[in-house]
Design a binder for this molecule. Structure first.
Ligand SMILES: [Fe+2]
Length: 281
């Protein structure tokens, strides 16, 4: 990992909250901030894995909230693209797939609304954030360590996750991008995906997900939590600007509009409420 593009937060003391994918969903982002406040976790111990802007209708408002919050944010492929006013989201969807076709609309909507100040902020974001917690070294990226839009899913082979950990060179690697929270322990190390707050996890519930890393009895505990909130205002805003079906349906049903990017093993879990065991390492 190129250390020039890595923000080092040093040694953190106390629980660390990590979440991804606000996706222009202002209500979900407000809910995440309120939950962090309830938990007493300050901005310096909260990390967003990127994609602040995507599928929903409040890109400027969501960026303003995240910037006001003052939390460290990893560069997502959406920020990388919008920062440079690129022609597409850079999500890594195959051409002609439903995901790719849908992204044309929401990316165009967001790109038209970005201020130069927000684009400049995006261009300052680090590609990775590192810190230590209870003696464990932790790296947070968006997708893969070397590929920002790499999709790594719960069913992705353990050998690939191990290879990512080796690239990171840390005890724990945390990613986002793929939208489904999960984790696997390998020896005393662990590969984790914090999940996303702005869209459900295709599990038939309307919740988003976040991850808390904390110290418990000399070990590091990795705990995933649901973020339950009302998406009523999010859907209302989307409908008001002509975003209907697909992602508005997803917010109501908890089911993704397309599973183009999903491996078969994850497709089979569509609509099954997720449960994720804690990982201790
Ligand atoms: Fe992404």
């Amino acid at each position: 990992m190129d250390t020039r593009q890595t923000l080092d937060l040093g040694d953190l003391r106390g629980p660390v909250l990590i979440f991804g994918g606000p996706y222009s969903n202002l209500a979900a982002t407000h809910a995440m901030r309120a939950r962090a406040d309830e938990l007493g976790i300050p901005p310096e111990r909260i990390i967003c894995t990127g994609d602040v802007v995507a599928y929903c209708a409040e890109p400027e408002e969501t960026i303003a909230l995240v910037r006001d919050w003052g939390i460290p944010v990893v560069l997502g492929n959406c920020e990388e693209s919008l920062g440079l006013a690129s022609s597409d989201c850079g999500c890594g969807f195959d051409e002609g797939t439903t995901c790719s076709l849908l992204s044309v609309d929401w990316y165009h909507f967001a790109n038209e609304r970005m201020s130069e100040d927000d684009r400049a902020w995006m261009r300052t974001l680090p590609k990775a954030i590192r810190f230590t917690l209870n003696g464990k070294s932790i790296l947070v990226v968006h997708g893969g360590v070397e590929q920002i839009n790499r999709f790594i899913f719960p069913s992705t082979a353990a050998v690939i996750k191990q290879a990512e950990l080796d690239l990171a060179g840390t005890d724990i690697l945390v990613g986002g991008h793929s939208g489904i929270p999960s984790g696997v322990r390998t020896g005393n190390r662990a590969w984790l995906n914090a999940g996303a707050i702005g869209m459900p996890a295709n599990d038939g519930t309307t919740d988003g997900w976040y991850l808390i890393l904390s110290t418990e009895k000399e070990r590091l505990r990795c705990l995933w939590q649901r973020l339950s909130y009302s998406a009523t205002s999010t859907v209302k805003k989307m409908r008001a600007v002509g975003m209907t079906g697909n992602y508005t349906d997803c917010l109501a049903t908890g089911l993704w509009p397309s599973m183009d990017v999903l491996p078969d093993a994850d497709r089979e879990k569509r609509g099954q409420a997720l449960t994720i065991e804690d990982i201790f390492c």
